[in-house]
Write a protein that binds this ligand. Structure first.
Ligand code: 13P
Length: 257
């Protein structure tokens, strides 16, 4: 973490909780004494977004787990970024579960990113290699390809509304967290790539998150790395005490460095 950047902890609930369960979880989160110096976002399922907008009491940013690349039309089951704009803060695009389980391509991720950026939304762009790609030594090539494809045609002002989340697929939901050294190495490359996108870009200002089995126990070591500015948290975000420990670790990392 670098003191110039405010850490972000985003809880991706994925397809977990019913609406009543989500509201109960939100009321537990609302009771937490959030530390200063960290931004915390909650990304619940779509059905929960509107009720949580009220239930979170404005103390947490709110984010959607995806949004489509068109604003309106005959796209059954898709969610328009226009419908999220003005009250939702973040949209996540390119999550590996969408890339690998649902076949989402780099090009589709790029379309989603660019459409979301036409609205008043900040975008978390997730990238990361599979175990097979890691074992073949192509982590950096994969991340470079995903970043260049996603950000093609994105201007500097738009880039500043983006956060990149490095989530190695092999670390997601497995308990096999990347070592802080590995996560730092890849996040550093991502920062350099963001720097290269525009001659005026200042990669030092961009927030880069790590995601993949982040817990209250390993968060401080991960967030202590220079190029890691917080976390995109799955399973642990469903447990208020665990999520709180991660939030505190992020706030401390911002205060220390
Ligand atoms: P876990 O924290 O459950 O590994 O999930 C990470 C993730 O995919 C967040 O988007």
């Amino acid at each position: 973490m670098n003191a110039a950047r405010i850490p972000l902890v985003a809880g991706n609930w994925k397809m977990n909780t019913t609406v009543p369960e989500g509201l109960a979880l939100a009321s537990e989160l609302r009771a937490l004494a959030l530390p200063d110096g960290v931004e915390v976002a909650v990304l619940p399922p779509f059905t929960h977004l509107w009720p949580l907008y009220d239930a979170l009491g404005g103390r947490f940013a709110l984010g959607a787990q995806d949004a489509f690349w068109e604003d309106a039309g005959a796209y059954t089951g898709e969610i328009s970024p226009a419908s999220l704009s003005g009250w939702c803060d973040y949209v996540l695009v390119g999550h590996s579960e969408r890339r690998h389980l649902l076949g989402e391509t780099d090009e589709q991720v790029s379309h989603k990113l660019r459409r979301a950026l036409t609205h008043d939304l900040r975008v978390i762009v997730a990238v990361g290699e599979t175990l097979d790609e890691r074992e073949r030594g192509s982590t950096i090539d994969v991340v470079r390809r995903q970043i260049s494809a996603a950000f093609e045609g994105v201007c500097l002002a738009e880039l500043e509304r983006c956060v990149v989340a490095y989530e190695p697929v092999w670390a997601i939901g497995t308990g096999h967290t990347a070592t802080p050294e590995h996560a730092q190495e890849v996040c550093h490359v991502i920062r350099t790539l963001l720097d290269e996108l525009d001659p005026a870009a200042d990669g030092e200002r961009q927030r880069i998150l790590y995601g993949g089995s982040v817990t209250g126990e390993n968060a401080a070591a991960l967030f202590g790395e220079h190029d890691i500015d917080g976390g995109l948290v799955g399973g642990a975000s469903l447990n208020p005490a665990e999520f709180f420990a991660i939030i505190v670790a992020a706030a401390r990392s911002g205060a220390i460095t």
